[in-house]
Design a protein around this ligand. Structure first.
Ligand code: BGC
Length: 268
């Protein structure tokens, strides 16, 4: 699909794109012809590496620093995007983090930090993107006025002890995405989520780093491999393109079957 340049003429903002899933989404969208704003909060080197990778394939990209939970930063990022590329057509609402703690040890600060980035950050970026979609109006580049892809997780569905802030943020993303889809569909704005399962990134290094850890993790994955960031980048390209024009308000699980309750495979 990438060689088809299915996103030619369009511009994407990818948040949290200096590493992991966000970086892979930025590169995949860039390889598919989109101009890309590679957002980062604290890792300029990672963001520049993504920009270079996109440019090496003949694409256009810039790095842009912004804390997605800060409204002024978000407004500046979208202004930079519009000043540079004219508009925005695609938002990959990816920036997210984990700060785990057992329930009784979780401070209010830790709770708020994760909710602010993972959920409020997606709200702020979606609002800024939709404002621009509406201002700009339809173009010949897509059947939709704009596309929003929210990065969720299998933990929008699977409860996760020891990670209540993270699981609550992803459960929130699920109904935010669906409510947005209901509200924005009549304006021809498509809103969907990707729910990755276990993907090899820095966020879950401990779960796959050693052979023993990986073996334990594979018990939870019927397809018997840990995911790659490219698995998610490919899904993002499809959801951003008109190949998925009738897909709206849906969570696409890209998880090797992690949500199939593999613990029940031999007996209930
Ligand atoms: C988490 C990872 C975890 C995966 C599957 C993701 O949303 O960020 O740490 O490995 O879900 O449990």
């Amino acid at each position: 699909m990438k060689s088809l340049k299915v996103l030619e003429g369009q511009t994407a903002v990818v948040t949290g794109a200096s590493s992991g899933i966000g970086k892979a989404c930025a590169i995949a969208l860039g390889e598919s012809g989109a101009n890309v704003v590679v957002n980062y909060a604290g890792n300029p080197e990672g963001a520049l590496a993504a920009v270079e990778a996109i440019k090496a394939e003949g694409g256009n990209a810039i790095a842009c620093k912004a804390d997605v939970s800060n409204i002024a930063d978000v407004e500046n990022m979208f202004k930079t995007c519009i000043d540079t590329f004219g508009t925005v057509d695609i938002l990959v609402n990816n920036a997210g983090l984990q700060k785990d703690a057992p329930f009784l040890e979780m401070s209010l600060e830790t709770w708020n930090y994760v909710l602010n980035v993972n959920l409020t950050g997606q709200f702020l970026c979606a609002q800024a993107a939709v404002r621009e979609f509406v201002r700009r109006g339809m173009t010949k580049n897509s059947q939709a006025l704009g596309k929003i892809i929210c990065m969720s997780s299998v933990h929008e569905l699977i409860p996760w002890a020891g990670h209540i802030n993270y699981a609550a943020s992803k459960g929130g993303v699920m109904l935010m995405m669906k409510s947005l889809a209901q509200e924005l569909g009549p304006m021809k704005i498509r809103v969907n989520s990707i729910a990755p399962g276990a993907i090899k990134t820095p966020i879950n290094r401990m779960a796959w780093e050693t052979p023993e850890a990986e073996k334990r993790l594979l018990r939870l994955i019927p397809y018997k491999r840990v995911g790659t960031t490219e698995d998610i980048g490919n899904a993002a390209v499809w959801l951003a393109s008109d190949f998925s024009d009738y897909v709206h308000g849906t969570t696409l699980f890209v998880d090797g079957g992690m949500t199939l309750y593999p613990g029940f495979e031999d007996n209930g």
